[in-house]
Design a protein. Structure first.
Ligand SMILES: Cc1cc2nc3c(=O)[nH]c(=O)nc-3n(C[C@H](O)[C@H](O)[C@H](O)COP(=O)(O)OP(=O)(O)OC[C@H]3O[C@@H](n4cnc5c(N)ncnc54)[C@H](O)[C@@H]3O)c2cc1C
Length: 334
């Protein structure tokens, strides 16, 4: 049945097949909006072997979770995913479609809005209801300005930046039901994914990591990044970088944080030998706690940090890592 004031969440799974934390956060956001719109929340999950993730998604409160499972859906391919989601939007008629501002979301959202004759706002950090309009805010000019957009067009496809929205607490909403999406999975698409190469060393994705240790030009070379990896290992986090280490080939491009890199929102971000350019900050501004290590007391990064150490990272970082490892180990033993 069409649900024309409804909110549809397009869910995703992470590399291990579990429900992505970004999808849980979308559920929290959707429930807040639903209360203002008087709308029902539903969700869709497309993939291969994602039944358990669909149940997890239903437990986050969408009344209905539309599940499509097929080997052809194991890797995102717009030629296969898009027709299914379009068909769902046509039958359900949601007013709002929420998708994470992930690799998939960035590709899918504009295509979907075109296909369903709707509007699109990407990379939102805030959504609210204002009379008959939806108000979306998003950072522009490298994060220096937050722009407001007011949209009355429906359906409106919105991509949401990672770290926005809180996953609903377990049991906060009645669990929904999982049902088949119903549309036929296209047998072929004009473009095929022929190979996926997993970046070695990236055990935890930057966007998902609870802690990120990022290095900048002042690290001086690839060897220094192994010191950053040690701290990331102690924190159970991932290693990031500003652009110069990427441009210099010290770390892979997938490590880059910033306006032309990844947008991160960890609990803890340790910025080592990074000056704090606006292009870098726009990728890490949503970090909950920022610790900076820099030998320049006037470095801008200190202005946006909760804690700062002025000093050469070569002497500060090993001692910091060792102390932290000891404290965490001590905590575990208690
Ligand atoms: C269109 C465009 C897009 C861009 N996109 C991005 C992006 O996505 N991400 C990004 O990061 N940048 C991006 N940049 C580049 C950005 O403008 C900056 O040049 C870059 O962020 C600077 O990186 P950095 O802080 O590592 O280097 P620097 O600005 O050179 O800073 C190095 C810092 O290390 C400190 N330091 C040096 N030695 C030591 C030491 N031994 N111990 C402690 N501290 C030390 C210095 O005091 C300094 O503060 C972009 C630029 C453009 C034009």
């Amino acid at each position: 049945m069409a649900n024309e004031s409804g909110i549809l969440i397009l869910g995703e799974v992470d590399d291990s097949g579990k429900l992505a934390s970004s999808t849980r956060a979308l559920c929290g956001l959707a429930h807040g909006l639903a209360a203002s719109l008087g709308a029902e929340v539903s969700a869709a999950l497309l993939g291969s072997g994602v039944r358990n993730a669909a149940e997890e998604l239903a437990a986050c409160g969408p009344a209905r979770v539309f599940l499509a499972e097929d080997e052809k859906l194991s890797v995102y391919n717009p030629g296969i995913h898009l027709p299914l989601i379009k068909s769902l939007c046509k039958s359900e008629g949601p007013r709002v479609v929420l998708v994470a501002h992930s690799t998939m979301g960035q590709d899918l959202a504009p295509r979907l809005s075109y296909e369903i004759g709707g509007g699109v706002v990407t990379d939102c950090v805030g959504i609210s209801v204002d009379g008959s309009a939806l108000k979306c805010s998003k950072p522009i000019y490298g994060g220096n300005v937050i722009a407001g957009y007011s949209a009355t067009v429906a359906p409106l496809v919105i991509t949401v930046r990672s770290g926005v929205g809180d996953a609903p607490a377990p049991g906060a909403h009645p669990a929904g039901i999982v049902e088949a999406l119903g549309a036929e999975v296209p047998s072929a698409a004009s473009a095929q994914v022929t190979e996926r190469i997993k970046e070695t060393g990236e055990e935890i994705g930057l966007e998902e990591a609870p802690a990120v240790v990022s290095g900048g030009r002042g690290i001086g070379g690839p060897e220094g990044f192994s010191e950053l990896s040690k701290l990331a290992g102690v924190l159970g986090g991932a290693v990031g970088a500003s652009r110069p280490p990427v441009d210099s080939g010290w770390v892979p491009s997938t490590s880059q944080v910033g306006i032309t890199g990844k947008i991160i929102s960890p609990e803890l971000c340790v910025a080592v030998a990074i000056s704090g350019s606006s292009q870098h900050l726009s990728g890490m501004a949503d970090s909950r706690t920022v610790v900076a290590i820099n030998n320049d007391p006037d470095a801008y990064i200190f202005k946006v940090s909760d804690y700062g150490v002025v000093g050469d990272w070569r002497s500060v970082l090993p001692a910091f890592t060792e102390k932290l490892a000891g404290l965490l180990k001590g905590g575990e033993q208690q």
